[in-house]
Design a protein around this ligand. Structure first.
Ligand code: BV8
Ligand code: ZN
Length: 266
């Protein structure tokens, strides 16, 4: 079998990760691509094809047409129900058995990192499984369990059961909305003191999440970027591994274990 040109990169990444004391993993839609979850832009097929996501995922769009936006999220929840975590998610969870600190900071809203056992996950953009009152009438966030509500589902979202005024909306961060303050603050803190940041499956386009690798790099972290394409991070990453995370991450884990066992032989 010809030596994959990626092997030296995978071994360099494994060596950096094996010694890390304060690892931050920063993920985007790409880590869930091999789970069959369309990335943000792909989630516009069929009847949604004519919409620009940045026109659907905004408070203005929801105010203007709550049913359209609610139905798009119901459609995406259906896609998620048919998908499952991939080997990349599992490999990231297994880092915790080998390293003193692993925090996963994700832009994704699918909850897959928690589903496979990652125990410290920061969700910068919320979670598709949660809903809340659009007015956060009981405080930020006023979570609402819609499974307990009866309403005409054809009409779009239910009214908030607490205030009966505002509609219920998905608990996700829309464009032009602030990210959850505590989550962003902790994400910045951890990125600033990380000794290694493993960036997986993000284009690095969306602000302010895309600043985290910059903070890590600026404060001396080794930055590793795993992405089949060049991202906004690849240019300043110490190690750029061009490949799909579902294949690359298990190989990095195996290389870490191979190193470790050879270390034990000595
Ligand atoms: C805010 C939840 C402050 C909703 C999402 C002009 C310039 C700069 C910034 C802006 C600007 N205009 C507006 C802004 C700010 C804006 C922004 O960044 N816009 C971008 C488009 C330029 N940001 C905001 O509005 C944020 N809020 O700034 O607030 C503020 C507040 C008030 C007033 C003023 C300012 C809020 C952003 C949060 C938006 N919500 N998600 C939902 O999902 O419905 S973001 C959404 O897009 C997704 O959640 C996802 O996280 C994100 C896209 O990022 P990625 O995860 O990187 O995904 P992407 O598809 O881009 O890339 C996938 C990558 O995977 C690719 O690189 C691909 O190569 C790779 N890949 C593919 N296959 C694989 C793979 N990788 C590994 N393995 C594979 N197999
Ligand atoms: Zn309410």
């Amino acid at each position: 079998m010809s030596m994959s040109p990626l092997i030296p990169l995978i071994e360099r990444a494994a060596a950096a990760l094996r010694d890390s004391q304060r690892l931050v993993v920063f993920t985007g839609a790409g880590v869930s691509k091999e789970s069959g979850i369309p990335t943000f832009r792909d989630a516009l097929e069929g009847l949604w094809a004519k919409y620009d996501p940045q026109q659907l995922a905004t408070p203005e769009a929801f105010r203007q047409n709550p049913k359209l936006v609610w139905d798009w999220y119901t459609f995406r929840r259906g896609l998620l129900a048919g998908a499952e975590p991939n080997p990349g998610h599992y490999a990231l969870a297994q880092f915790e058995d080998r390293l003193p600190q692993v925090v996963v900071i994700t832009q994704n809203i699918d909850g897959f990192h928690q589903l496979v056992g990652s125990s410290d996950v920061i969700e910068l953009h919320g979670n598709l499984a949660r809903n809340k009152c659009f007015a956060n009438c009981q405080g930020e966030p006023t979570l609402v369990n819609v499974d307990k509500l009866a309403w005409d589902k054809e009409s779009g979202p239910p009214k908030c059961p607490y205030c009966n005024t505002a509609y219920v909306r998905p608990d996700v961060v829309w464009y032009h909305e602030m990210l959850p303050e505590a989550a962003l603050k902790r994400a910045i803190q951890l990125s600033t003191v990380a000794d290694v940041m493993l960036v997986v499956g993000t284009s690095g386009i969306v602000y302010p999440a895309n600043q985290l690798p910059v903070f890590a790099k600026r404060n001396g972290a080794t930055v590793i970027d795993v992405n089949p394409d060049v991202s906004q991070i690849s240019g300043f990453a110490d190690i750029f591994i061009p490949g799909p995370s579902g294949e690359i991450l298990p190989q990095i884990l195996a290389a870490m274990d191979a190193d470790a066992s050879s270390g034990e032989d000595v």
